[in-house]
Design a protein around this ligand. Structure first.
Ligand SMILES: NC(=O)c1ccc[n+]([C@@H]2O[C@H](COP(=O)([O-])OP(=O)(O)OC[C@H]3O[C@@H](n4cnc5c(N)ncnc54)[C@H](OP(=O)(O)O)[C@@H]3O)[C@@H](O)[C@H]2O)c1
Length: 175
């Protein structure tokens, strides 16, 4: 099992729009499986995210992770969350639950930045995949507001994606 963070980022370095939504959502090519996610997700069996990232998904139709186990870091269970979504307020305990459930495939660490930094600081993030979007938004949240800028990244690969985005894959140095 690898824990792989994969995020979309605008050309001016923001992981949210000024309104706080993931910027890929406003990309004209956005849709099911866009931005390389369909290729990526076949290797995954679970998603891991912070409560702030999870909560908007409750209103999504269809449910974004129909075939994946969902693990959420947060101080309380979000009302209306499906019963099989696992919540915990302790990142180490949540990691233990995730490992206990794992059947060998990878985990998509969806975000946001605070949750990525939490697991990076524990030394359990194996890769960071960035999808750089071909537009700017001028303001929003930056990954490095939370993620330690000393995070050691080693380039692994890159590829162009349909719609003008570029996927860049880095391995993350052990803590
Ligand atoms: N560009 C992309 O691909 C992408 C992907 C995902 C998310 N996003 C964006 O990221 C933004 C949210 O990022 P975020 O960093 O503010 O929030 P987040 O990581 O999604 O969630 C933060 C919450 O997670 C819990 N948490 C995080 N670290 C913790 C720790 N060490 N111990 C205990 N609990 C912890 C806390 O929950 P409690 O408050 O319950 O304690 C905290 O409020 C959203 O606007 C979303 O749109 C973008």
């Amino acid at each position: 099992m690898q824990i792989i963070s994969r995020m979309c980022m605008t050309a001016d370095g923001y992981v949210t729009t000024p309104d706080g939504i993931p910027p890929q959502v406003v990309d004209p090519v956005h849709g099911p499986g866009s931005h390389g996610i369909s290729d990526f997700i076949v290797g995954c069996e679970a998603v891991l995210m912070g409560r702030t990232t999870f909560e908007p998904a409750l209103a999504a139709d269809p449910w974004p992770w129909p075939d994946l186990e969902v693990f959420v870091l947060g101080s309380h269970r979000t009302p209306g969350a499906p019963d099989d979504v696992v919540f915990d307020d302790d990142p180490v305990r949540l990691l233990e639950k995730l490992r206990a459930a794992n059947k060998g495939r990878d985990v998509h660490l969806v975000g946001g930045p605070r949750t990525i930094e939490t697991f990076r600081a524990l030394g359990v993030v194996d890769k960071l995949e960035l999808v750089v979007l071909p537009f700017m938004v001028g303001a929003g949240m930056r990954l490095s507001e939370s993620l330690d800028p000393r995070t050691g990244l080693s380039f692994e690969s890159s590829r162009p994606l349909p719609g003008g985005s570029v996927e860049i894959v880095y391995s993350v140095a052990a803590v």
